[in-house]
Design a protein around this ligand. Structure first.
Ligand code: HEM
Length: 480
């Protein structure tokens, strides 16, 4: 390379390096202006520590920083925001008990921009608006959910017959996504047209995968595809909501028991009904919160059942007792679910080792002190299950799959919080428990399984997922 072309080549590089060094120094200086902030690193300007988090995955990223900086709280910079990670049971307790006093819910703008009609969401960026949060709890409370068990069981049976039984080998994760999404569409919108649901699911996958990617809105990027997909999704939902509103005013004969019917009747403080955009936001919030979390939970339950045949056998025994107690074809009831104690401990242990939700964001409402450090107003906060789930202090031999941890009084308070805690605790916890247990019942009733990839890699998208979708070989039970 001659000297001119070397210069042409290296000048832009030099400019970039110099300017980024200046930005970095400026950035460091700005950060040093708050010496009482928790220890930690802000990473690089603009990208912060996003790349480190992506490369390491949440558990390792957190463990490393807890070791290097503090086991109480450390700072980082993610999604373009200053952020404090609260750690351990005491960190979880602090966040859960200071809801709306020191902290409030917060969602990254990249997520809300992809998913929602942003013009009608409240300034706090809550996915489910406070008005509706109460009615979501109403819709998902145990008395209402009890009525859903028969639908869940019917759909799980159909799903086993059409998507599992005809195959010797299947990929678990795409199938559990199909099952949980179909169930959500049925229970939230009374939609059971398989083709329509499959079409929405394809679009939904694009949206959920892209919304947690680097938010660069440029043709060809995952984020750009997610934004386009989000628009298609919202347009489709608005059509459904309009049709259902018309149906409600014009035709009194159709009685539906889905979530959308209830939302169409919810009145706001001023007495008016919710707008179509507000309803759309809330249905999307529910779909996002429910489908990937539950499908991942079921996927990992099957992974662990395949890896531990003696645990599979105990689950099988428990479920066979329930099958024997019922007439041929009789659907599961709440009483049956209450008998699935061992199966639920297996699911809880599986959720500990592969948490479907990593935690949740908050925003500091005011400057406050925690563990001797100052968290400034406006900083974002993240409580995270990975600060306790793998800690031998709370879970001896943490890497061992041991459902007996949940027997008796179970883990220490605030050390096992896969659904959060306090007023913001996941309102879908009971729904998820029913969905997982009904699926486990139907699966072990029909099949044994064997993993086809011994050490399949786990990758982190918005949740941990087996990189190849968890291919398994199915062995149907011989019918006597
Ligand atoms: C294994 C499955 C699930 C797990 C592990 C899970 C976990 C969580 C967690 C950690 C949160 C955040 C709590 C916080 O802000 O502190 C949450 C919120 C929420 N979840 Fe779940 N969830 C699951 C399934 C479901 C299901 C099935 C539904 C609905 C039927 C649901 C609906 C919601 C809603 C509406 C929110 C609140 C969103 C907001 O206000 O921004 N979740 N969930």
């Amino acid at each position: 390379m001659d000297s001119i072309s070397t210069l042409t080549f290296s000048l832009p590089l030099l400019v970039i390096l110099l300017s980024s060094s200046f930005i970095y120094l400026f950035y460091l200086k700005r950060n040093s202006s708050n010496p009482e902030a928790p220890p930690g690193s802000n990473g690089w300007p603009i990208v912060g520590e996003n790349i480190n988090l992506g490369l390491l995955g949440p558990p390792k990223f957190i463990q490393k920083r807890m070791k290097n900086f503090s086991t109480d709280v450390f700072k980082t910079s993610l999604l373009g925001e200053k952020m404090a990670f609260f750690c351990g049971p005491q960190g979880n307790k602090f966040v859960f008990t200071n809801e709306n006093k020191l902290v409030t819910s917060w969602w990254p703008k990249s997520v809300t921009k992809v998913l929602l009609f942003t013009e009608v969401i409240d300034q706090d960026q809550k996915i489910v608006a406070p008005l509706l949060a109460n009615s979501v709890h109403e819709i998902l409370k145990p008395e209402v959910l009890k009525k859903y068990i028969a639908i869940m069981d019917t759909m799980a049976r159909q799903h086993m017959d059409t998507d599992w039984a005809p195959n010797k080998e299947v990929k678990v994760h795409p199938l559990t996504q199909k099952y949980t999404f179909a169930l959500s569409c049925k229970l939230f919108m009374d939609e059971d047209d398989g083709e329509k649901v499959a079409e929405v699911l394809d679009n939904f996958r694009i949206v959920t995968n892209g919304m947690i990617s680097v938010p660069i809105d440029f043709p060809g990027t995952a984020y750009n595809r997610a934004i386009k997909g989000g628009k298609v999704l919202r347009d489709g939902l608005i059509k459904i909501i309009k049709t259902r509103r018309k149906e409600l005013t014009e035709s009194k004969e159709i009685v539906r028991h889905d979530v959308l019917s209830k939302m169409l009747l919810v009145r706001k403080e001023d007495g008016s009904l919710m707008s179509e955009k507000e309803i759309s936001n809330n249905i999307i919030g529910l779909l996002v919160a429910s489908y990937e979390t539950s499908s991942v939970a079921i996927t990992f339950v099957l992974k662990h059942l395949a890896e531990h045949p003696h645990i599979y056998n105990k689950v099988f025994e428990e479920q066979t007792e329930i099958t024997k107690s019922k007439k041929h074809g009789e659907l599961l009831t709440w009483e049956d679910i209450e008998k699935m104690k061992y199966s639920w401990n297996v699911a809880r242990e599986s959720i500990r080792l592969a948490p479907p939700a990593q935690g949740a964001f908050r925003e500091a409402l005011t400057d406050f002190k925690y563990a001797g450090y100052t968290i400034p107003k406006g900083w974002k906060i993240f409580w995270n299950v990975n600060t306790t789930n793998n800690d031998p202090k709370y879970f001896p031999n943490p890497e061992k799959f041991d459902p007996s941890r949940f027997e008796g009084s179970g883990p220490q308070p605030y050390s096992y919080v896969p659904f959060g805690g306090g007023p913001k605790m996941c309102p879908g916890k009971e729904y998820a428990r029913l969905e997982i247990l009904v699926f486990m019942h139907n699966f072990v009733k029909n099949f044994k399984l064997e993993k086809m990839i011994a050490n399949e890699k786990i990758v982190y998208l918005s949740t941990p997922v087996p990189a190849k979708g968890l291919p398994v070989r199915l062995y149907p039970h011989i019918k006597q």
